[in-house]
Ligand binder design. Structure first.
Ligand code: IPE
Ligand code: IPE
Ligand code: MG
Length: 237
């Protein structure tokens, strides 16, 4: 079966997991796993763009990941900064718009600055949106949305009757984007780990046993083919 480019998922989310275990298997330090993992990010972003995916959301750092050892958090932030700087021109050349979902303000200031530069360089790009989920947690996202809505009610800009599913969606980091059609998690874990909980209501889920540094374009294409064979019913018959 070939991939049908007319029936691609519009929005793909990926929980990029398994860097640490990949490094451990190779008797390397966990940080090495993250380094190789960032090479996979480069190749999968390019692949998604070539295939014609419109929105790609990559879960790169969760609100819970701040609890990891300080040196690991520091290394992850450094790798992130390196990625943002080194991919800047590549993203813009390929018309990929960078967007951040999550608590951007909690990132180190130097990282925020590089992110802002890349966001403004790519702001007119319209072939694909690359959503990097950074200091992202769906429960935090929903809490933040509820606070925003409550504030508008306090200011009499809204009434409680105006609270609809669309209003809630509009107050999430992903406002104006379609919900993910497909969520892939690598490393064989069967959980969402606080990723896009509201938006994933009807997402197709694919669990791959591959550890993220070994994830390839070929496997990505196989997963997209698997997605195309599925019957999405959305609760109907
Ligand atoms: C994913 O790999 C990267 C992040 C969560 C930042 P992990 O670091 O979680 O790797 P494992 O799960 O320990 O193998
Ligand atoms: C999920 O992976 C978060 C990211 C991929 C950024 P984790 O490794 O943090 O999740 P758990 O701890 O296995 O649930
Ligand atoms: Mg993990």
């Amino acid at each position: 079966m070939n991939l049908d480019s007319e029936r691609l998922p519009g929005h793909v989310g990926i929980i990029m997991d398994g860097n640490g275990r990949w490094a451990k298997k190779k008797i390397m330090n966990r940080i090495k796993g993250h380094e190789y993992g960032s090479d996979t990010v480069r190749s999968i972003v390019t692949a998604a763009r070539e295939l014609g995916i419109k929105v790609l959301t990559l879960y790169a750092f969760s609100t819970e990941n701040w609890e990891r050892p300080k040196h690991e958090v520091k290394a992850l932030m450094m790798l992130l900064k390196k990625y943002i700087i080194s991919q800047r021109l590549e993203l813009s050349k390929n018309s990929i718009r960078l967007n951040i979902i999550g608590q951007k303000h909690r990132l180190p200031l130097d990282v925020q600055k590089e992110i802002d530069t890349t966001i403004s360089l790519t702001k007119e790009c319209d072939k694909m949106i690359l959503n990097l989920a950074l200091s992202y947690g769906a429960r935090e996202e929903i809490t933040f949305a509820v606070q925003n809505i409550a504030r508008k009610i306090e200011l009499n800009e809204l009434s409680s009757k105006d609270i609809t599913q669309d209003l809630i969606s509009d107050n999430l980091y992903t406002s104006s984007m379609p919900d993910p059609d497909l969520i892939i998690r690598t490393s064989g874990e069967y959980r969402l780990s606080n990723f896009l909980l509201w938006q994933a209501a009807y997402s197709e889920i694919y669990i791959s046993n591959t550890l993220w540094p070994d994830f390839s374009k070929e496997e990505f294409i196989e997963i997209l083919k698997n997605f195309q064979k599925r019957d999405r019913r959305f609760g109907k018959v």
